[in-house]
Design a protein around this ligand. Sequence first.
Ligand code: TPP
Ligand code: MG
Length: 545
Amino acid sequence: MNRGSLIGEYLIQRLYAHGVRHIFGIPGDYVLGFYDQLKSSRIQTITTCDEQGAGFAADAYARVAGLGAVCITYCVGGLKVVNPVAGAFAEKSPVVVISGAPGIREREKNPLLHHKVREFDTQKKVFEQITVASTVLDDPDTALAEIDRVLHAAVRFKRPVYIELPRDLVAVPGLPHHRTPEFHEASDPLVLNEALTEAVGMINRATKPVILADVEVHRFSLQEDVLKLVERAQIPVASTILGKSVISEQHPLYLGVYEGAMGREEVREYVESSDCVILLGAFMTDINLGIYTAQLDPARSIYATSEKLSIRYHTYENVRFKDFVHGLLKAKLRRRAPARIPRPQPMAVLSGVRGKNKVTVQGLFQRLNAFLDERTVVVADIGDALFGAADLFIHHRTEFLGPAYYASMGFAVPAGIGAQLANPRLRPLVLVGDGAFQMTGMELATAARYNLNPIIVVLNNRGYGTERHIQDGPYNDLWLWNFSRVPEILGAGRGFDVETEEQLDQALCAAARFTDAFCLLDVKLEPLDRSPALQRLAERLAKRL
Ligand SMILES: Cc1ncc(C[n+]2csc(CCOP(=O)(O)OP(=O)(O)O)c2C)c(N)n1
Ligand SMILES: [Mg+2]
């Protein structure tokens, strides 16, 4: 007899087909059956210290590998991944949330089973708000098709999805002869054609077009195509902080990070004086736009994303983002004379300065800039770690990860774990504030357990520094940790105390040599010190007052 695949095994098989090799999470009795199926599969489970860490790791994994997954138990685990999954939703990262749940037979007569909050579907209702598709696999006849539908939505929309596995159905066969369907959604060819005609006309008439490439270029794997477009038409390109490094930052046509008044002045000037700004996969968020200091005129913009296409004030429906970018690439774009663009000046590199001077935020980033190589993935937490990192000069594309829109603290340490598992050739350089480290930094235990070797730089300014610049008070102070002694507790890794430039230099050199486990640099900064990016913003805003 031809038996259908077991529901849980089919899910594993489909995840594997989508490139998932690791699943992050913490088991519990409602999900143990599925963990057992995972144990005998080719997907490795990565047990984190806390579910929130699993969520951030899966988000980073998705950003690097194309799809990520967390697997947790009902409610006590599931509700802990709500925050990271919300971040993945907001920043378009396809994370599959797999939650164990009480069996269907156990649900009869609505008993008060452990972990239940209110109704059996309370957790699902919460996730409906922060996912693009959700399902409870409660019917063997539809379960396999439901898995296909929901995974397709994650990949199509680059956003999280939710799959709930009642524990008594995980090892039950689905429908026999089930075949994974091919999903094909094409643009409306007439609308696409008209949109391209308008866009190409506008680009060809423009005297100073510019491309602003953002995060969706990466999510939809269009980096190569955008690069070809840039080179073929000789149109300079800038990125945003959320999309930082979608284009190699060493490309001769690369302008730098555009972020309104927060970014570098030359980039702002170039983009805002353009008569045709081609926004590709851009998110018009406040941080991307330099807290609304950006001046982009819709009348001079082509704005294409997976959700929307508008050219000047015209909006086009049913045009897929990928098709539009490919269409531009095939179109007859006028090849221009090489544009004179303000090349990003790599920050002055601190070399040879090995004094007893105290490390400043600016000095730290200058030194880090010289430290990056093509194997580094920079993972920045929110706070000055992220603002300062905007000016780092990333060598290759997509080697910068940060929660630049949702801005949840606690992202970076677990995200470094997810990024390195997704691409073991990369060594994460994790930049994290002391406050954010106190939230999820102990996930370094997970890094130790799975033989990962991130370099963690704690920007230790003794408090919630970013907030001090907005409004200060005792609530911004922190209990001071001996961060450099975390390796002692974990029995792994190396810690360094850094106060002077000389110590910074020595610690970074030692970290580069020591690759067996993680390294943690506790970089002691003045509470009110801040990065040039934060300073620029403050100065420009001050002028407006
Ligand atoms: C989960 C979460 N809680 C609170 C905030 C609000 N918040 C934004 S920045 C910040 C301070 C961050 O402190 P730290 O990690 O030490 O970085 P610093 O600002 O000092 O560079 C806080 C509390 C947040 N963004 N995320
Ligand atoms: Mg701090």
